[in-house]
Design a binder for this molecule. Structure first.
Ligand code: NCD
Length: 304
């Protein structure tokens, strides 16, 4: 067994664990070109019960670059879990006969934890409902560390849908392991879960909440923008009321410091105007590459 068995929640990781993952990711970047045999002969299964482009392809790319193999489904309707009503427990107990590690994305909070309870092989959470997305948070931290040279001492704004966005939940918990200042910027109805704000405050972090995007982008090191999570709204008219309220355009970029970086887990719909893409502040496509590197590090730490 590797350094970690499962990766289900950022709550399970200490600062030392996170730092080890970031250092291993940096090591993977240094080893570029020499990855080919590190996980040769190992098999990763991707069980994606929810749509995904980046997370699944990024995990697959990471495993293939390390010389491993991949199998799985990306469309639940073609699996027995979707079409025939198989339980998650049975799906997991079957798939673990085929693979050395299971990567799972599922619409229900707690789903990855349940999968891990039934699996004897390691389980990695690739998004559990609106709850968590730990590997995204780790690649976000790696991007911040790589681009800013440090995490401690930074001021970071988490913006957009802080209520339903699982990436900001995991990232908020992860950042509370560091000495940072956090601004939480969202429409009033999409504020950060109070339990996560409490976690941050108990960790001694200075947290401010605002519904002004201008306040969030002014004089900060990192602006982390997110999509309003339309698919998780119980009432779509609520979504329509706020969907265009939080948008980064050139007028917001002009208010930023030159060294402020803009990150986004992607996909974006309208919340960052494409005219922002060529600015030196926009780092969200570079962040995608960091995702592959970070997932290579995670797979090594779990499987080696
Ligand atoms: C995110 C997700 O699935 O939570 N996407 C991703 O994994 N990069 C963000 C989102 O869907 O808005």
């Amino acid at each position: 067994m590797g350094r970690f068995h499962n990766l289900i929640s950022i709550h399970d990781l200490t600062r030392e664990d996170i730092d080890l993952i970031l250092k291993t990711a940096a090591e993977m970047e240094r080893l570029t070109g020499q990855w080919g045999r590190l996980l040769q002969g190992r098999i990763m299964a991707c069980l994606f019960f929810e749509p995904s482009t980046r997370t699944r392809l990024s995990f697959e790319s990471a495993m293939l670059r390390l010389g491993g193999n991949v199998l799985g489904f990306a469309d639940v309707s073609v699996s027995s879990a979707g079409g025939k009503g198989e339980t998650l427990a049975d799906t997991v107990r079957t798939v673990e006969q085929y693979a050395d590690v299971i990567v799972i994305r599922h619409p229900l909070d707690g789903s990855a934890r349940v999968a891990a309870e039934f699996a004897t092989v390691p389980v990695i959470n690739a998004g559990s409902g609106a709850e968590e997305h730990p590997t995204q948070a780790l690649l976000d931290l790696y991007s911040i560390w790589k681009l800013k040279g440090r995490i401690d001492g930074l001021t970071i704004s988490l913006c957009g849908d802080l209520k339903y966005g699982r990436t900001v939940h995991s990232l908020g918990i992860a950042l509370s392991r560091y000495d940072v200042r956090i601004r939480l910027a969202s429409p009033p109805t999409l504020r950060m879960k109070p339990t996560i704000v409490q976690d941050m405050e108990q960790a001694g972090i200075e947290v401010t909440q605002t519904d002004s995007l201008i306040e969030a982008v002014t004089d900060v090191d990192v602006v982390y923008m997110t999509r309003i999570q339309k698919e998780r709204f119980p009432d779509i008219t609520e979504y329509d009321k706020i969907k265009d309220k939080f948008r980064i355009t050139m007028s917001e970029v002009k208010r930023m410091r030159d060294d402020t970086i803009i990150l986004h887990p992607l996909p974006r719909v309208g919340e960052i105007d494409p005219e922002v893409d060529p600015t030196p502040n926009a780092k969200y496509f570079e962040q995608v590459y960091n995702g592959v590197i970070t997932r290579m590090a995670i797979l090594r730490l779990i499987l080696e």
